[in-house]
Design a binder for this molecule. Structure first.
Ligand code: UD1
Length: 424
């Protein structure tokens, strides 16, 4: 029809229980820094369990722009960073994926210089990189900020003592990457402890690097080692797992997630057990079942790992919206991470937000509506709500969701959901 723009949407007929098995794909937040790390070696890397995500494609474009050979077959990716010839990330690629700032440490480490635009503010509020820049300067980088661009150069990176004022995931990763190319030892204090940091350590060590302590607040990097060809398999995505757990919780039924690490999901498991779900785990699977009514959860405060992940806050909020009683959320990591609330309210949720606090008073029913994904995890929350709602939910702005979830409609349909992806 003239004048009417067609957009892609998830169309969900809610209210069906979910049953069966779903395999969880590799972690977005692991694969992105690991793809950046392949630059360091100048050798070949083989990455397994690589998810099919928009952010992964953006990383491939950055690697190819730099001169790397990148080939993908299903979940396996071959990268040869030997032929690297550039040291800049074009502005268009920086805009596609703000977390591309993690390429800074790796490019600087390999090329001795790096140019990229400033990532700036984003959908979660201001997302500063002051800690990244401060730490890279401590390692011997000369960084100039001019006209929205970052110009970094070094005469040679040197190991340093770096004590972070807060345990930033991206800053810890950038330091590990640059320090792996620096002469001497770097000790990072108050490092982020997320499982993805440990995965990066394991990959860098597989390339011949020497990092210890990832997963604890002190990470020690011995730099300038001889790198070699490496193979590595990406850990499972704990946030995708948490999202499917939320779907099972809101829909009811009996779902088993395979290819997961339940140890990475303890706080989410505790919250959904509170909500009345029955959860059993093995070493690499997690079964979640619910037959009784959903109950409110104890206060959910997002914290750095091993605390409750900020990325799981919105999918779990959709569950709280349908539970009996009131659940209080406190968002401690990002300033504006409640943008999904307005959309959940359109579906009948009763949520009051005041600064970092959201008071979710559960309602008996959510109703299908036309809603827009406001950001990656906020979009996932709308899918969770749609699965648990009465009637038809149409979720648009799928670009956000595609950054972090591989074909959600296929995975959820296989569990019995009535969910399609189509142009509307
Ligand atoms: C990573 C994850 C993201 C997750 C977040 C927190 C990736 C690609 N993304 O993002 O999904 O939500 O961790 O678990 O892995 N900060 C500063 N200065 C800095 C850096 C960060 O003030 O230089 C602040 C941020 O504004 C935020 C907090 O530190 O309030 C945590 O951010 P950080 O851990 O750096 O998150 P990201 O690495 O961006």
């Amino acid at each position: 029809m003239p004048g009417v723009e067609l957009v892609e949407a998830y169309v969900i007929q809610g209210g069906r229980p979910l049953n069966g098995f779903v395999r969880v794909h590799g972690a977005k937040n692991s694969v992105l820094p690991i793809l950046a790390a392949t630059i360091l070696s100048g050798k070949e890397s083989l990455i397994y369990n690589c998810p099919h995500l928009k952010d992964v494609d953006s990383s491939f474009r950055i690697l190819r722009h730099l001169g790397c050979v990148v080939r993908r077959q299903d979940e396996a990716v071959y990268i040869d960073s030997g032929p690297i010839a550039h040291h800049d990330v074009p502005d268009s690629l920086m805009r596609e994926m703000r977390s591309s700032v993690v390429f800074l440490g790796a490019i600087l480490g390999r090329q001795g210089k790096a140019v990229m635009s400033f990532p700036g503010g984003c959908e979660l509020g201001p997302r500063p990189i002051d800690l990244h820049l401060w730490a890279l300067r401590k390692l011997g980088a000369d960084i100039r900020e001019s006209g929205g661009n970052l110009y970094c150069e070094t005469n040679g990176l040197k190991g340093a003592e770096i004590s972070l004022s807060l345990p930033s995931v991206g800053a810890t990763e950038n330091i590990m990457l640059a320090a792996s190319a620096a002469k001497g030892v770097t000790r990072i204090q108050n490092a982020a402890c997320e499982p993805e940091i440990e995965d990066l350590q394991n990959f860098i060590n597989a390339m011949g690097g020497s990092i210890h302590g990832a997963g604890t607040p002190t990470v020690v990097v011995e730099g300038a080692r001889e790198f070699r060809r490496a193979e590595h398999s990406i850990i499972p995505d704990r946030i995708v797992a948490a999202t499917y757990m939320a779907c099972a919780a809101i829909a009811g039924g009996d779902v088993t997630l395979t290819g997961v690490n339940p140890a990475h999901l303890r706080t989410v498991t505790a919250a959904l057990s509170d909500a009345g779900c029955e959860i059993d785990v093995t070493e690499d699977s997690l079964r979640i079942a619910r037959s009784d009514a959903l109950k409110s959860m104890r206060q959910i405060r997002t914290m750095p790992y091993p605390g409750f992940p900020t990325d799981a806050q919105s999918p779990i909020m959709a569950v709280a919206a349908r539970a009996e009683g009131t659940t209080l959320f406190v968002e401690n990591i990002f300033e504006s991470r409640y943008r999904h609330v307005g959309e959940l309210t359109r579906m009948g949720a009763d949520i009051k937000v005041e600064g970092r606090i959201a008071v979710v008073s559960g309602v008996k029913k959510l109703y299908g509506a036309h809603v827009k994904a406001t950001d990656l995890r906020g979009g996932a929350a709308l899918v969770v709500a749609g699965i648990g709602a009465e009637g038809e939910t149409v979720v648009t702005e799928l670009d956000h969701i595609d950054r972090g979830y591989e074909s959600m409609h296929v995975a959820l349909s296989a569990l019995g959901a009535n969910m399609t992806r189509k142009t509307v």
